[in-house]
Design a protein around this ligand. Structure first.
Ligand SMILES: NC(=O)c1ccc[n+]([C@@H]2O[C@H](COP(=O)([O-])OP(=O)(O)OC[C@H]3O[C@@H](n4cnc5c(N)ncnc54)[C@H](O)[C@@H]3O)[C@@H](O)[C@H]2O)c1
Length: 315
């Protein structure tokens, strides 16, 4: 994103992947979050998704690693700041596909980023972060047919008290504007949502930016959850709290900093992403390796064919 002038390196990829996309997402999220918010970031692996992943991670499943805010130091020095700690944190359910949790430590605005394949099949992950009984899912005409039903199920499964509304926006950067944003407010007002409601962004960076800004502004701020479904949104735009819309005279000129309650990254959503959009996210990931982390760059170079082919296992 435009906010990042000195992207810090991700942690070594061998430590945290279950799939190439999960690897990219978890390492980049840690880096992106710390560069943009200067928060203390910690990465946990509650359990490895497979024995192979456990071996690759080569850390105890209950361990927790912490990052201090990353700045312009050499990659080696930054890596040495990764320290083990026993700090308590919210754990995923006993049986969970969460392979990585990135804790973004912003004091009372701290939030977790859950990463793993199939997380939309785990209702508890979302439900624990819903405030109130009313949820507004903001999505678009491309993503709604793919994932809206699943997300609605996750929000309401064994949770009959929660009601879910949705607003389906037209797809495209050209709709990241005030007129389209107003459709979110229209729906929220017509549905008589009050301050105890939760906005859920389901989509790529455009939806995340718009829904986040709507959540920041509606009734001066309501609860907000991000479900990013493009690689770009997973590694970049869902992290750092930047939200907003475009002005006819320039991109992202109107907005707010607003942190979500949680970010839920189901890496399986990347399976439906068009190749071009996948490549756009991968280009973002490549940049980090190029600028700050030679071993990570080399790992990507070696495995790029597998990553672009969306293979499930990489060395
Ligand atoms: N807030 C920030 O810090 C930040 C950082 C970087 C970029 N951004 C913003 O993010 C936007 C770009 O985000 P983007 O690259 O995700 O583009 P996008 O949101 O336009 O998504 C790209 C396309 O993929 C579709 N799509 C999304 N998920 C899908 C899925 N799982 N399967 C199939 N199709 C899917 C979308 O409908 C869209 O057509 C820009 O507006 C940019 O300004 C914000």
């Amino acid at each position: 994103g435009s906010y990042r002038t000195q992207p810090p390196p991700p942690p070594p990829p061998s430590r945290d992947q279950t799939t190439p996309m999960a690897a990219a997402a978890s390492s980049l999220l840690a880096a992106a979050a710390s560069s943009s918010s200067r928060a203390a970031i910690s990465v946990r692996r509650p359990r490895a998704a497979s024995a192979a992943a456990a071996a690759a991670a080569s850390i105890p499943s209950s361990s927790r690693t912490s990052f201090t805010p990353l700045r312009a130091s050499p990659a080696r020095a930054l890596r040495s700041r990764v320290v083990a700690s026993a700090a308590p944190a919210m754990e995923p359910p006993a049986v969970s596909r969460v392979s990585t949790v990135v804790d973004v430590d912003l004091g009372d605005r701290s939030y977790p980023i859950y990463i793993g394949p199939g997380l939309l099949d785990e209702p508890d992950l979302l439900q624990r972060h819903v405030i109130g009984k009313r949820v507004l899912v903001v999505t678009n005409t491309t993503v709604a047919p793919l994932y809206l039903e699943k997300v609605t199920w996750a929000l309401t499964h064994q949770n009959p008290n929660v009601s879910v509304e949705s607003v389906i926006l037209p797809d495209g950067e050209k709709y990241k504007d005030m007129d389209t944003l107003m459709k979110v407010f229209d729906k929220a007002v017509e549905s008589r949502l009050d301050r105890r409601c939760t906005f859920v962004a389901l989509g790529g960076g455009v939806i995340g930016d718009m829904c986040g800004f709507a959540a920041a502004a509606f009734l001066r701020g309501v609860n907000f959850i991000q479900i990013p479904t493009t690689l770009m949104a997973q590694v970049d735009s869902s992290v750092g709290g930047k939200t907003g819309i475009n002005h006819p005279l320039g991109k992202n000129l109107i907005g707010a900093f607003y942190q979500p309650q949680c970010v839920l990254i189901d890496t399986e959503t990347l399976n439906t992403l068009p190749d071009r959009e996948l490549a756009s996210g991968v280009a973002e990931v490549v940049k980090y390796g190029l600028i700050r982390d030679a071993p990570f760059f080399e790992w990507q170079e070696k495995n790029m064919a597998a990553i672009l082919a969306r293979e499930n296992q990489v060395p």
